[in-house]
Design a protein around this ligand. Sequence first.
Ligand code: NAD
Ligand code: MG
Length: 300
Amino acid sequence: MADDRFDASLRDPRTMYPAPPFPRQPQDKPGFTEEMEPRPDHGEESYVGNGRLKGRKALITGGDSGIGRAVAIAYAREGAEVAINYLDAEEEDAASLARLIEDEGGTIHRLPGDLKDKAFCRALIEQAREAMGGLDILVANAGKQVRQPGIEEISDEQFDETVQTNIYALFWLTKAALKVMPAGSAIITVTSNQGFSPAPYLLDYATTKFAIRGFTEALAQGAIEQGVRVNGIAPGPFWTPLQPSGGQTQDKVEEFGKGTPMGRPGQPAELAPAFVYLASPESSYVCGEIIGITGGKPIS
Ligand code: NAD
Ligand code: MG
């Protein structure tokens, strides 16, 4: 019997979601959901769970907003207990997500802290494990992106912070997580189309996204020796607070997603099912893979 809560009607993907032009909307980092116009879709009204992650225990970094928020909603509706990490400044987004998940009967733990801090990364894995009584999914999704005209404008501080957030934290978190993850667990990383086709104005960011690909493919071969699958997702342009808060210039925000064959950016809700797939036993033979979700723009 088909589940009629899921909207399976034929819809043209090009017109399912907003397309540019978008209003200019500068905001400070780390960026907030409420300030975005139009409001991103995290699957609040559309994601239908099916018990795919029943009983699982998932930690999602950057889980307050954007892609991580959509993953948290989907995982909770699939039956997982969820813990999210985010920066202290993002409590507002974390609190509104927690309200949504708890109102639906789900369980979410809020574990704020700065992933640039090695000791915190280790403590976070322990906090998540303690809060949930185990850990078998890690979504390493947090990321920093600051657009600059070129290398001249990238300060040493920006370079350090981008590498610490996107690469060092990934190393610290996965190393600690693998110590406690049982066979059957999944680690999911987030690279980017920038990890395949780097742009000069995202030099530091693109460098880290290339590194995440290498890390994912290498780690996958080692981690499977303990039965843990590691895979990555490479999103194209997605409508999240990362972009208007300095990830792009406001000129680029206005036309965000225009360069894809679909002519629009993706919404976080359009990514979440791939994260569900990679975490669930449905993808049991998928290991060391990077799945591109780009609105049709070739990724290679
Ligand atoms: P987002 O701003 O909603 O999420 C990024 C999150 O990273 C923030 O919510 C924040 O909690 C977290 N973060 C940043 N620095 C941190 C730190 N020092 N400590 C702890 N948390 C920190 O934006 P998003 O687009 O959903 O980003 C999620 C991931 O997707 C990132 O890795 C990003 O690089 C990647 N990505 C995004 C796009 C896009 O177009 N939006 C495209 C490709 C890849
Ligand atoms: Mg955020």
